[in-house]
Design a protein around this ligand. Structure first.
Ligand code: EPZ
Length: 419
């Protein structure tokens, strides 16, 4: 088990490049399956979830190599249609392989993904959409067995909620389906546009990404391509929160301010100066932080649920009372008890968290229980007096490249130890 030992107190400073987006790299890797040739993905973050996705591709018969943030996938030959149980359990988001495997091979077998640290992670919308496209899906002893004897057919699908994963799964299943598929109330996250950009470069015909209505004209075959993963907007928000929590200032290179249109105003309300340029963002948080009246997490372009925890970490020291309403996941406040151990004053009731700003936080022994909650504890520790021991670093490693290197590069004092 690995831990981080974080000595807080230094102001964040300097410039840092933002990593490639985990939540784009994963569906892009699933998309490589459809190319039927060699695809090269640059700016791919070095994360345990990315390695898990590469292992899934290899189990399905692809040749997959990862070197210096570039993944090369040769999906000419597919030898299996089953996603290994261990990998399904290790990474819930591997459900996004369902659409790609079905689209490429016409069948797929995978373990029913269990709930996870954020609460139940149902896939009812994924399955309903694929059934509408002609897939036959049965559950057998915890396994999902999916076939489409007459191939997948394009159709019109209206989502009851703009689910990111469901939108991605439909797109992946539709690019090689017969006819046109139209998704109404589609998710509008930038990662969806990244997936469409990649697949269109492989020869797909996808329109409307970023709007609520996406159309996919099925084609017979795709081909390989070379593509670069978009910058990680949540990693950028995490670094902004580190600047706010330490009263520092940072230059974020490769950050796309267009992806952070609902995040930047929150830091400005906190009293930070945020100066977006074409491919970088400068943030200065030298003034005492102010509370944020009400912060609601919403589907894109609203405030992202994935940035909720790290912003909360910064708000623990903001003058006044902040209110956060978590509208996306049921159980996304597991970092709260750990922040309270560090001296934060937070009360939660269902979706609502009320944060009373305190003068300072103090180092403590804390435990991560999910990816973004773990990042929030690291951000809080950067701005706390004294030393914090952060356990279960593996959760953070799922989504942040070398978290200790990143934090040390912006002025932190962070050591990773084996316990
Ligand atoms: C993606 O998860 C992201 N993961 C999540 O990031 C992110 O929090 C989420 O989108 C929302 O933006 C990846 O991209 C790998 P959803 P996903 O389907 O696709 C409910 C992180 O920290 N729902 O938009 O699972 C679901 O329970 C991760 O990087 C159904 O009810 O999110 C949730 O309440 C965490 N039935 C809501 O919709 C379904 O069939 C949003 O889920 C599917 C979803």
């Amino acid at each position: 088990m690995q831990k981080l030992i974080i000595r807080g107190g230094a102001r964040a400073g300097g410039e840092i490049s933002v990593q490639g987006a985990k939540n784009s790299a994963l569906p892009l890797l699933a998309g490589c399956l459809l190319a039927g040739g060699e695809t090269v993905l640059h700016n791919c973050p070095e994360l345990s979830d990315v390695f898990a996705a590469c292992r899934i591709l290899s189990c399905l018969g692809c040749k997959c190599t990862f070197r210096d943030n570039t993944v090369t996938v040769d999906s000419t030959v597919i030898t299996d249609c089953q996603v290994p149980d261990g990998l399904m359990r290790e990474m819930r988001s591997s459900i996004v392989f369902l659409g790609a495997v079905l689209g490429r091979t016409g069948e797929c077998r995978l373990t029913f993904p269990g709930g996870c640290e954020l609460g139940p992670r149902p896939i009812d919308m994924h399955l309903a959409a694929l059934k509408q496209m002609g897939a036959r899906i049965t559950e057998d002893h915890g396994y999902l067995c999916c076939t489409c004897p007459r191939g997948l057919k394009g159709t019109k699908i209206t989502l009851s909620f703009p689910s990111v994963g469901t939108t991605e799964n439909i797109i992946l299943a539709a690019v090689l389906a017969e006819g046109e598929t139209v998704i109404y109330n589609a998710a509008r996250e930038p990662e969806i546009c990244d997936l469409a950009g990649f697949l269109n470069l492989c020869g797909a015909r996808i329109k409307g990404c970023g709007s609520g209505t996406v159309s996919i004209e099925g084609v017979k075959k795709l081909h390989g391509c070379e593509y670069s993963v978009m910058p990680d907007r949540i990693a950028a928000a995490t670094l902004m929160a580190a600047a706010a929590a330490t009263g520092g200032e940072l230059g974020l290179l490769n950050a796309r301010s267009g992806d952070l249109q609902s995040v930047i105003p929150v830091f400005e309300e906190m009293g930070c100066g945020v100066f977006p340029y074409k491919d970088r963002i400068f943030i200065s948080c030298k003034k005492p932080l102010r509370a944020v009246k009400t912060l609601r997490t919403m589907p894109y372009p609203g405030f992202p649920t994935d940035a909720q925890a790290v912003v909360m970490a910064a708000l623990t020291k903001a003058e006044g009372t902040s209110v956060i309403v978590e509208n996306i996941f049921e159980n996304r406040y597991r970092h709260v008890d750990e922040l309270i151990r560090m001296g934060a004053d937070i009360k939660t009731e269902g979706k609502v968290a009320v944060i009373e700003g305190v003068g300072s936080l103090y180092g403590a022994n804390v435990r991560a229980s999910d990816l973004r909650g773990g990042a929030a504890l690291a951000v809080a520790a950067m701005g706390a007096h004294g030393e914090t021991c952060l356990e279960n670093v593996r959760f953070i490693d799922r989504g942040y490249e070398s978290i200790e290197k990143t934090l040390n590069r912006i002025g932190g004092n962070v050591r990773r130890i084996q316990s």
